[in-house]
Design a protein around this ligand. Structure first.
Ligand SMILES: NC(=O)c1ccc[n+]([C@@H]2O[C@H](COP(=O)([O-])OP(=O)(O)OC[C@H]3O[C@@H](n4cnc5c(N)ncnc54)[C@H](OP(=O)(O)O)[C@@H]3O)[C@@H](O)[C@H]2O)c1
Length: 356
């Protein structure tokens, strides 16, 4: 990947929290250049600066070039090769399909297509072979473009830690309790009076997403379908008063014998993208913190530029076999950073060639 023409990317839902994170992460990207921004009619026909006035949430200036760009309709007549979708799930399905039909590669954060049988739910460290579904998608849908999704933010950090455990010791059961940050709910999200001094033990559809997506991602390609992983998963998801970074307490039952040191070794050695030089990839996808009171969102969410899952408190469990805590940035590795990494991996593998 030496000197090359940059790939032109559009951002759908560019004004929301995930859309803003794309802008923050793609500012100086060596392969991708933002050429289009699109959102709802609330934002169209304004400059990006005007559209996000009062709701820009990254503590850096909006890049000058982006400030003055016009926010357009989410119609598939944009001047770009691929689109990153940060659309609200209520509208993502139709809009993403329109783009894929019209020949764009769509890399989506929305949940609308994640569980479709012919749509890859991709985490390149875990299931790159699921990209074979794109042939099936092309056959089924007759689209000139494609849709590839990334996982829910809580699923992403959970499954990144489950993958090495499944490879080494074969997972049997998983119980996870999440404490999810406010930015996971988008902007403006949860009202201050609802969350200050409080924990909300319900996030609509979240537990099903974590349980189902995890089994799909850990599943295996069998012919033209994914056979879901044979793991029992129970999730409880809570909204807590933290700005960014989801914390998850995980207990696992394994089918093979192991001890705590074996788990640490499995986490430490997990680095399938090592050596590929993908700009968004972390040096290590799993970072272990040894201090007894880590990981913590405030201290650890930015590790590896927000692309790591940070694990701590690995110990024996009296009910299942082992338990640990994992923390990760929901807007970066859990959303925009995940989509960018997917696009980089697909480009590295030649999947984007025909769209450029
Ligand atoms: N936040 C997270 O941590 C996270 C993590 C993983 C996945 N996701 C998913 O990523 C997507 C975006 O999340 P978010 O947190 O960024 O939400 P958000 O802050 O509410 O942003 C939603 C975006 O969708 C646009 N939009 C809404 N209705 C539209 C319509 N009818 N036509 C075109 N655009 C429309 C909005 O544009 P306007 O500004 O013009 O209204 C805005 O740009 C969601 O599907 C979410 O589930 C979020």
């Amino acid at each position: 990947m030496n000197e090359m023409k940059k790939i032109k990317v559009g951002i759908l839902g560019a004004t929301g929290l995930v859309g803003q994170t794309f802008i923050y992460l793609l500012k100086d990207h060596p392969w991708f250049e933002i050429t289009e921004l699109a959102a709802s009619e609330r934002s169209t026909n304004k400059t990006y600066y005007e559209a996000v006035l009062g709701r820009w949430r990254w503590p850096v200036e909006i890049p000058d070039k982006i400030k003055n760009m016009e926010v357009k309709d989410c119609k598939p007549n944009l001047d770009c090769d691929i689109v990153f979708s940060a659309l609200d799930a209520s509208v993502a399905k139709e809009i993403e399909e329109d783009f894929a039909k019209s020949g764009y590669g769509v890399l989506s954060n929305a949940s609308s297509h994640r569980m479709d049988e012919d749509v890859p739910l991709l985490i390149p460290e875990i299931n790159p072979q699921h990209l074979e579904l794109l042939d099936v998608q092309k056959k089924n849908r007759k689209w000139d473009g494609f849709v590839v999704t990334n996982a829910n933010c809580t699923t992403t950090h959970l499954v990144l830690t489950l993958k090495p455990l499944n490879d080494w010791f074969v997972l049997d059961k998983v119980i996870v309790t999440s404490m999810q940050a406010l930015s996971g709910a988008g902007y403006p999200g949860v009202a201050a009076l609802d969350i200050i001094d409080n924990v909300i033990p319900f996030i609509k559809n979240e537990e099903q997403k974590v349980e189902n997506e995890t089994r799909k991602i850990l599943g295996e390609m069998k012919g033209s379908k994914i056979e879901f992983a044979n793991v029992a998963i129970s999730a409880q998801c809570n909204r807590v008063n933290v700005k960014d970074g989801h914390t998850e307490c995980v207990s696992v039952k394994l089918r093979k014998q192991a001890n705590v040191d074996d788990l640490i070794e499995a986490f430490e050695e997990f680095n399938p993208l090592k050596g590929l030089n993908l700009p968004m990839a972390p040096n290590k996808p799993i970072i272990i913190k040894n201090e007894e009171d880590r990981p913590q969102p405030k201290l650890d969410r930015e590790l590896e530029k927000g692309m790591a899952s940070v694990v701590g408190r690995i110990r024996k469990c009296n009910v299942l076999d082992f338990k640990y805590v994992v923390l990760g940035h929901n807007l970066i590795r859990g959303a925009a950073g995940a989509s960018i990494l997917n696009a980089e991996y697909m480009h590295y593998k030649g999947y984007l060639e025909e769209y450029l």
